[in-house]
Design a protein around this ligand. Structure first.
Ligand SMILES: [Fe+2]
Ligand SMILES: [Fe+2]
Length: 134
């Protein structure tokens, strides 16, 4: 298991907390496949990860816009940085099929980015959605 639910900060918006829980599940599944060096399983789960991340980011972006959140662009820029990295690593996966490289990305890059992004941008944004309510 790469990320435990307790490692992720709860934010003041239940939709966002739900998106984060889903994301952790998807990440842990692909990380299991990476540890098992199961190429076929990773092939199957990588598109699931891409889909889930896009769902996570775009749902937050829609909520920010609907609530006229002032730091929309900065928060979105941080999503875009990770969108680009994921795209790059997916391309490299398609060519190299290297579980080792993917493991490094998930454990070093992605995990720390997610934990930090949620504690900084998502928690701040959640306070400004729907008047900070649930
Ligand atoms: Fe988020
Ligand atoms: Fe976010």
């Amino acid at each position: 298991m790469l990320i435990q639910i307790q490692e992720i900060q709860q934010v003041a918006n239940e939709v966002m907390n739900m998106l984060h829980e889903e994301e952790i599940e998807v990440i842990n599944n692909i990380h299991d496949a990476v540890l098992a060096r199961d190429i076929e399983k990773i092939d199957e789960l990588f598109p699931v990860l891409l889909f889930d991340v896009e769902d996570h980011f775009s749902t937050e972006e829609t909520m920010m816009q609907e609530n006229n959140y002032g730091n929309f662009q900065v928060h979105k820029n941080d999503h875009d940085t990770m969108r680009e990295k994921l795209k790059k690593f997916h391309k490299r996966w398609e060519v190299l099929k290297s579980p080792k490289e993917l493991q490094g990305f998930l454990e070093k890059d992605f995990k720390s980015w997610l934990v930090l992004h949620i504690s900084k941008w998502d928690s701040e944004t959640a306070l400004h959605l729907n008047g900070g309510g649930m």
